[in-house]
Write a protein that binds this ligand. Structure first.
Ligand code: CP3
Length: 340
């Protein structure tokens, strides 16, 4: 087993800096497109042997040091009773929004074995097929991030509905957040029981909150999820997109690893966390549209700065984009393995 990723999560030294890439299974890979050409995205997530196949693709093609379960952060919301579909242009769309106490109360707390058996089955297949290769990362969306989708009904720009409820209807907001928190704890626990070696909580949108609002409306729920999940004994990664203004608050959270987006200099993150955190990140995904000389220069800069903290897992600052040249992604993996 290539244990560099799990060793780095614990802050133990490794022979090279491990790398995996958010959204490493996806549309930039022709091999993914081929499978995806036969089924729609949600069917792919719900068909364990296909979800397992696309999970393994980047491990074989790129040589990354960890696999991440192929699924989506919104699967949990569908399991809580909301109709979900994905559209080519609009992205995820919910058939109804959750903006009233009645709708919030109607959300169910998931029973993973009943409601998302396909996720657990995919993990079981993967544990067999990945044996002695690389560890498997499970994941969920953080409560605030998933709340934005179910309140807005899909992707949003200004989050007006979410923030209106957050500021002026604490009954509705707390009910939604508490239900998402309870479901997320059950969901991640079940993924770990099924065999996930580590889990990542994706907070893609909490970075749209001011530091005070983040501390009031998002952070307490993250803390609750992490406290419960840490009892399971596997490393927990908290990825906060757009974290630059929230680093001080973020440093109060007890995660094993902190995922950092590219808008902040790694040296600043290292100093705010006082050299005591394991950090993950943080190359701009768009750098993969440049050339290998530029990619090497920027990757090296991050490696050098992150070497001054407790541990480093290389990653992009957010997911790899659909049009990214595969050769540049491969080149990045090789650069990190050579210089990290
Ligand atoms: O990282 C991996 O390789 C595992 C798979 C994974 C997907 N989504 C597959 C996916 C993971 C970890 C996610 C997480 C996810 N999903 C997040 C958090 C990370 C982030 O990007 O901020 C979010 C916000 C979502 C919600 C979501 N799913 C959106 C907004 C969209 C549409 C936009 C887009 O990128 O297409 C999706 C669809 C989605 N999720 C695709 C994939 C491969 C594309 C679907 C397709 O094949 O058509």
């Amino acid at each position: 087993m290539n244990n560099t990723f799990l060793n780095a999560c614990k802050g133990n030294g490794c022979e090279h800096t491990p790398i995996w890439i958010m959204r490493q299974a996806g549309r930039y890979l022709p091999q993914y497109q081929k499978v995806r050409g036969t089924v729609d995205f949600l069917t792919l997530c719900k068909t364990p042997h296909l979800a397992a196949e696309v999970t393994i693709q980047p491990v074989d093609i790129l040589g990354v040091d960890a696999a991440i379960l192929f699924s989506d952060i919104l699967i949990i919301a569908e399991a809580m009773g909301l109709g979900l579909s994905f559209h080519e242009e609009k992205g995820p769309v919910f058939s109804k929004t959750v903006r009233t106490l009645e709708a919030a109360r109607a959300l169910s707390i998931i029973d993973p074995l009943e409601d998302v058996p396909f996720v657990l089955e995919t993990i079981k297949i993967l544990k067999k097929e990945l044996s002695n290769k690389v560890p498997l990362i499970g994941f969920a969306g953080a409560p605030f991030t998933v709340a934005t989708y179910i309140i807005e009904g899909g992707t949003s720009k200004n989050f007006i509905n979410t923030k209106t409820i957050m500021y002026s209807d604490s009954g509705v907001f707390n009910t939604i957040m508490q239900k998402l928190t309870d479901s997320t704890i059950k969901y991640l626990s079940a993924q770990i029981d099924a065999g996930a070696d580590a889990v990542q909580l994706f907070d893609s949108w909490a970075g749209v909150l001011s530091p005070n609002d983040f501390a009031t409306y998002a952070l307490p729920y993250v803390v609750t999820v992490l406290e419960e999940i840490k009892k399971k004994g596997v490393p927990v990664i908290y990825f906060l997109n757009n974290c630059a203004g929230l680093l001080e608050k973020m440093s109060e959270i007890k995660a094993d690893v902190f995922g950092i987006d590219w808008r902040v200099d790694m040296a600043r993150v290292v100093s705010i966390f006082n050299g005591k955190a394991v950090l993950q990140g943080n190359l701009d995904p768009c750098l993969l549209f440049s050339d290998t000389v530029k990619i090497k220069k920027e990757a090296y800069d991050i490696l050098k700065k992150a070497a001054l903290t407790k541990g480093h897992i290389f990653n992009l600052g957010h997911g790899v984009l659909p049009q990214t040249p595969v050769d540049n992604v491969k080149a990045l993996v090789d650069i990190v393995h050579q210089y990290g």
